[in-house]
Design a protein around this ligand. Structure first.
Ligand SMILES: Cc1cc2nc3c(=O)[nH]c(=O)nc-3n(C[C@H](O)[C@H](O)[C@H](O)COP(=O)(O)OP(=O)(O)OC[C@H]3O[C@@H](n4cnc5c(N)ncnc54)[C@H](O)[C@@H]3O)c2cc1C
Length: 366
């Protein structure tokens, strides 16, 4: 029997590469005109929390059984990616809470495409396939689904490949699958707000990562940031999405400009926003009363990288119904599979890798 994978991103390609090792027939169907999905656009740091306790602490709403699987399997799965020939560019994440490696995204994509074999661009998987893996990358690309589940106060920026528009979610629901928890949550970054123009090859370089070092006001001048803001700032970006226009102003004082975050200074991030056509103004130009003295006000919009809620799965990557039974022959991995990082943020590439591989191991026994 042939396994059909919907999506040639991280989860779909990892599953197909594993399927071929196991001697299964597999076809990867990719809706877009290239393989790699958001993985190819990403920083490509594939990581896990140091231990399950830290994972639970950082993502308290996530399914503990799924989190345990990521912790237990990721290190071996990273070795497997190296053996496929993917180039590692950093051996550490630089974050004391996490361990993992950074790959070169082009090298990782190419290695996985080689190993995956039959990758068909410009087509979707047969919805009624007997063995079907949903690996379409989440629903952030569908404004209607985003408004239904996330309820933003305006239009967030799509900070992901443009084809991940909830196809996996709809297909799972049509076959009786259930939703995970955390449907209103997403991982994202604050990005320069329009009129800035953000091309997809600038999703990493234009991210504004310094909310913790700024006074954060919404478009009405109200202060609203979570206190404290988490290390990943995912909670802040989710909060920005809820404010009017899904936007905020980051007010930064002179002392903060030299602070380095992930290899870039705050001053460089602000200059990048300005160069992209973003609004970087003097705080008194905002026409609101501001407590304290700040040098710049930078207008940002919530950018959605991927949704955190999605299809409910079990630790074997099988799609579950509301009653806890699984839908025969239907699997989900990557951002299509929800409820792993609820309440926080965890590596989307890691869960795509781990559950993409597990899905085919389960299918092999079917
Ligand atoms: C700028 C940026 C930086 C990031 N940095 C990191 C990072 O450092 N670490 C990390 O862990 N994560 C990071 N991510 C997130 C990471 O890329 C995703 O979590 C990961 O790619 C999810 O894997 P996936 O297979 O679910 O989705 P993707 O890799 O996006 O693949 C989904 C694929 O499905 C295709 N598709 C959609 N609908 C269909 C359909 N109906 N039929 C067939 N194909 C379909 C899409 O075109 C796409 O190719 C980043 C993302 C971005 C955009």
């Amino acid at each position: 029997m042939t396994l059909h994978a919907a999506g040639a991103g991280m989860a779909g390609l990892c599953s197909a590469a594993r399927a071929r090792e196991l001697g299964l027939d597999v076809v990867v169907h990719e809706k877009g005109d290239r393989a790699g999905g958001s993985m190819l656009l990403s920083s490509c740091v594939v990581w896990r929390y140091r231990d399950l306790e830290t994972f639970r602490d950082q993502c308290p709403g996530g399914d503990a059984g799924l989190q345990r699987v990521v912790i237990e399997r990721l290190d071996d799965d990273l070795e497997w990616l190296r053996r496929l020939g993917a180039e590692v560019v950093w051996e550490e994440t630089g974050n004391p809470l996490t361990v993992g490696v950074r790959f070169d995204p082009r090298s990782l994509t190419d290695a996985l495409v080689r190993a995956a074999g039959d990758v068909r661009l410009g087509e979707t998987a047969p919805a009624d396939a007997d063995q079907l893996l949903l690996a379409t990358g989440g629903f952030q690309g569908d404004p209607a689904l985003v408004h239904e589940h996330i309820h933003p106060g305006g239009e967030p920026l799509l900070r992901a490949n443009r084809w991940s528009a909830g196809d996996g979610l709809r297909l799972a629901l049509a076959r009786g699958g259930a939703l995970s928890n955390g449907m209103g949550e997403f991982y994202g970054r604050a990005m320069p707000a329009p009129p800035a123009v953000v091309r997809e090859d600038e999703f990493v370089g234009l991210a504004q990562l310094y909310g913790r070092h700024a006074l954060v006001l919404d478009d009405r001048g109200e202060e609203f940031a979570p206190d404290p803001i988490s290390w990943s700032e995912t909670d802040l970006v989710q909060a920005i999405a809820q404010r009017p226009n899904a936007r905020a102003w980051y007010l930064v004082d002179e002392d903060a400009l030299a602070v380095e975050i992930r290899g870039r200074s705050i001053g460089e991030m602000i200059e990048a926003a300005r160069a992209a056509g973003g609004e970087v103004v003097l705080p008194n130009e905002l026409g609101i009363e501001i407590p304290g003295a700040y040098l710049y006000a930078v207008h940002v919009v919530a950018g959605i990288t991927h949704t955190i809620g999605g299809v409910r799965i079990d630790p074997h990557a099988r799609v579950l119904r509301d009653d806890g039974t699984h839908v025969e022959g239907l699997y989900a991995a990557g951002a299509d599979a929800g409820g792993i990082a609820t309440g926080g943020y965890a590596s989307g590439l890691a869960s795509a890798l781990v559950f993409g591989r597990i899905a085919v191991e389960t299918a092999a026994q079917a």
